[in-house]
Design a protein around this ligand. Structure first.
Ligand code: ADP
Ligand code: MG
Length: 146
């Protein structure tokens, strides 16, 4: 599915829509350069879990922000992850294999086999406010009823 948004709130709303399709155990990998809109989209996903934007901080310093929603939401941001960092030691696999929904910014820093079945979202700059958003691994049928 390829979409285009012209504003941050359109990207947020797309995240909300995607968030409403997610089930426990799902993983959403977000790809895109700095400033592409990954966090904006993640905040939209979090809204589907009942979290407001202001409650969802940037997870880049902590790497993982865990929210006690139902199912739990793990907002993971690998921006500051060092190359060769031990994901096992960081406990990341517990989140990826857990009961909750994991949303991962800079997912390209994960080894290719780190997550099994995933939904991936790639955000590309088209112009200052326009983004091309490619969503893969989601069942488009679930989107039409929303
Ligand atoms: P990332 O997490 O990918 O580094 P952020 O979500 O933190 O990026 O920031 C995206 C920036 O781009 C914000 O300042 C936002 O206001 C701006 N922006 C402009 N147009 C869009 C759009 N269509 N979708 C998302 N963000 C947009
Ligand atoms: Mg971000």
């Amino acid at each position: 599915m390829i979409l285009r948004t012209q504003t941050p709130s359109a990207t947020y709303n797309l995240g909300l829509k995607l968030g409403n399709t997610l089930k426990a155990g799902d993983t959403v990998c977000l790809y895109g350069d700095l400033g592409a809109g990954k966090t904006v989209l993640a905040k939209g996903i979090a809204k589907a879990f009942g979290l407001e934007s202001r409650d969802v901080a940037s997870a880049s310093y902590t790497i993982v922000a865990e929210y006690e929603t139902t199912p739990p939401l793990y907002h993971i941001d690998l921006y500051r992850l060092e190359g060769g960092a031990d994901l096992e030691a960081l406990g990341l696999y517990e989140y990826l294999e857990g009961e909750g929904v994991a949303v991962i910014e800079w997912a390209d820093k994960l080894p290719p086999d780190a997550v099994e079945k995933t939904i991936s979202v790639t955000i590309k700059f088209e112009s200052e406010d326009t983004r091309e958003i490619i969503i893969e691994g989601t069942d488009e049928k679930n989107w039409n009823n929303m």
